[in-house]
Design a protein around this ligand. Structure first.
Ligand code: G6P
Length: 364
């Protein structure tokens, strides 16, 4: 991959379309079929140390933070280690308690974001072990961390992150699988996740083939006064990232909420001019999510559902291919990148360089 536009009108479109290859690259050479695990050469943690990790704390900014939220859920699910993500800036300003049994992970596309770098430096100063999940090889965060997982998304030029976000989520799936397999994740579950990972590039290509339909939807939703993105558990970080992406590139106001929190306030905003995007995978929360769609419909809100089947109650549905439930967030986010892109295109925005934003914020 190079900086050549390769026939695309924008880098954002090019980078969205590169995802099948990019995901293939983050997986390449890392899968170990014999032991149903992965090899992450740069991690620098042996099995005994990995077993000693009591907690995982993930730090990043913007899309990297959202990818970290997906990563935290994967680590909890697959490795059963308590994990959470926090904006790096919040972390560094609140004089955090640094715990020797916690594994800290800094996430960054550029590897140069000042807030994330400063959080790493503060952690190192306090003697913590910090890994990086970084795209740019040899960047400041890659150098400062004790080891990590390169994301191998290739150069990302558009200010808003697409392929790097997806690849970061896949990198976290690899890390979660690795941590799981040195702990209690079974061989059978390891195989199941590996097979799921291998299906991703083709399934992403399948989603990208539906671009015309998403373009048609984007034209219909781009005139919204505001948009509400909702999801539960695995769907929630997807909702947050999709909301951020839409804001960044189209300037349409959007909010993201856990679906269950709607009734505690934001439901007051629902009206025909404020459509909702509901992330609704066929997982154990399907019935709960259906109830949310009904709550929104009862307030005459338009609904665009993104899930594994057509939902009659929704005005529109984007169906994505099924994978293993733990890997669902990776695929659910892809059509929403296209939605943000086509909404921005319909509104005539400067897609690769949205106003007021920089690709990486290297100052405080
Ligand atoms: C900037 C960009 C965001 C990006 C964030 C983190 O704010 O506009 O798109 O997610 O920085 O960048 P990083 O390079 O650390 O992933």
């Amino acid at each position: 991959e190079s900086y050549d536009m390769a026939g695309h009108d924008t880098y954002m479109h090019k980078e969205i379309c590169e995802q099948p290859d990019a995901v293939d690259r983050v997986l390449r050479g890392r899968i170990d079929d014999r032991f149903a695990t992965v090899h992450l050469g740069g991690l620098g943690i042996d099995a005994r140390e990995a077993r000693g990790v009591r907690r995982v704390k993930i730090l990043g900014c913007g899309s990297a933070y959202h990818a970290g939220q997906i990563g935290a859920q994967m680590i909890e699910e697959l490795a059963r280690i308590p994990a959470d993500a926090e904006p790096a800036s919040e972390f560094r300003y609140r004089n955090p308690v640094v715990d020797p049994d916690t594994l800290y992970i800094a996430v960054s596309q550029s590897g140069e974001t000042y807030d994330t770098l400063a959080a790493v430096q503060e952690l190192k100063r306090k003697g913590a072990r910090v890994l990086g999940v970084v795209n740019v090889v040899g960047s400041a965060i890659a150098r400062e961390t004790d080891g990590g997982v390169y994301v191998h998304a290739g150069p990302e030029v558009c200010v808003v992150s697409t392929k790097c976000f997806t690849n970061t989520a896949v990198a976290f799936a690899l890390l979660a699988l690795h941590l799981g397999r040195v702990r209690d994740l079974s061989v059978a579950d390891g195989r199941r996740i590996i097979e799921g990972l291998r299906r991703l590039p083709e399934q992403i290509a399948e989603i990208l083939n539906g671009e015309d339909e998403i373009k048609r939807l984007a034209a219909r939703y781009a005139d919204a006064k505001s948009m509400m993105f909702v999801g539960r558990v695995r769907g929630y970080p997807v909702a947050r990232e999709a909301s951020l992406k839409l804001k960044e590139v189209s300037y349409v106001h959007a909010e993201a909420y856990p679906a269950s929190e709607l009734k505690h306030g934001p439901l007051a905003l629902i009206e025909p001019e404020v459509p909702s995007v509901a992330i609704i995978p066929d997982d154990e929360l399907l019935e709960k999510n259906r109830a949310t769609l009904e709550e929104i419909k009862a307030r005459s809100g338009r609904i665009l559902a993104v899930g594994h089947r057509v939902h009659e109650i929704a005005d529109d549905t984007v169906v994505v291919p099924r994978n293993e439930p733990e890997l669902d967030p990776i695929l659910l986010g892809v059509p929403l990148q296209l939605l943000a892109y086509h909404a921005a295109l319909a509104l005539g925005r400067d897609i690769d360089k949205p106003r007021n934003l920089a690709k990486s914020v290297t100052v405080e």
